[in-house]
Design a protein around this ligand. Structure first.
Ligand code: SAM
Length: 224
């Protein structure tokens, strides 16, 4: 999720830097611009849940750089991140998308078709923990992206780790909670959950971890 919009200032970067880095990264193509605009037009304020353009570009770069063939997305919404991940997969690749909303993902389905990606994306509607738990516990996935309800991040991560191949990447969005992870006394359930999750990840010897100040904070956990 981005709270930034396409060109707004970032709550976690020095003034002007977000605008500068966006201007010096590959711009989203017409399809992604249309997807962002349709989401804003139809869903209004809810559209802040969509990832930012620079994170989308990074998802494509990471998926293609590691030669990902099998990927899982937890939290699809209207499809921006799924299009970016699927674009980094080969033609016979597979992205399993998990979401609870038929309404929001119906917009995603239209863009998967328009992008020519509908043959490599499978959507399962239902609680993501149930969807992932139903997958065989085999280390066959190359990439996972977690961007759903924050209080379940630890659950999703623990279900995903044994299903990732060695060298596979689990990417976790909103790891900085707009800088609020610095609050010691937050009573916000999302912030508390992400603080606990970040602490657990930093000492998880199953993975190598880096937390990047991209968008609202992106953690990359590489399975060892
Ligand atoms: C921040 S949005 C995802 C944004 C998306 N990655 C994008 O690029 O536009 C979070 C999504 O998680 C979904 N979600 C919330 N709770 C869920 C759950 N328990 N299982 C699966 N999906 C869930 C919501 O329906 C919503 O679409």
């Amino acid at each position: 999720m981005s709270a930034l919009g396409q060109t707004a200032e970032s709550p976690i970067l020095a003034r002007g830097i977000h605008r500068y880095l966006t201007a010096h990264s590959s711009p989203p193509d017409d399809l992604l611009v249309d997807l962002a605009e349709e989401t804003r037009r139809k869903l209004g304020d809810v559209s802040v849940m969509q990832i930012g353009a620079e994170l989308g570009t990074l998802l494509t770069i990471l998926a293609s750089s590691i030669g990902a063939r099998r990927a899982i997305e937890v939290g699809t919404f209207t499809g921006y991140s799924s299009v970016c991940i699927a674009r980094g997969l080969p033609a016979d690749g597979h992205l399993l998308c998990c979401d609870v909303s038929e309404e929001w993902t119906s917009i995603a389905r239209g863009y998967w078709k328009r992008a020519g990606l509908d043959d490599r994306i499978e959507l399962r509607i239902g609680p993501a923990a149930r969807t992932i738990a139903a997958l065989p516990v085999e280390p066959v996935h190359d990439l996972a992206f977690i961007d759903a309800d924050k209080t379940s991040y630890q659950t999703y991560y623990d279900l995903l780790v044994p299903r990732m191949r060695a060298g596979g990447l689990i990417l976790v969005d909103n790891a900085l909670q707009q800088g609020n992870v610095l609050q010691d006394d937050s009573r916000n359930a999302n912030i508390q959950a992400i603080q606990a999750f970040n602490n657990a990840l930093a000492s998880d010897d199953r993975v190598q971890v880096v937390l990047l100040a991209v968008s609202d904070g992106l953690t990359i956990a590489r399975k060892l």
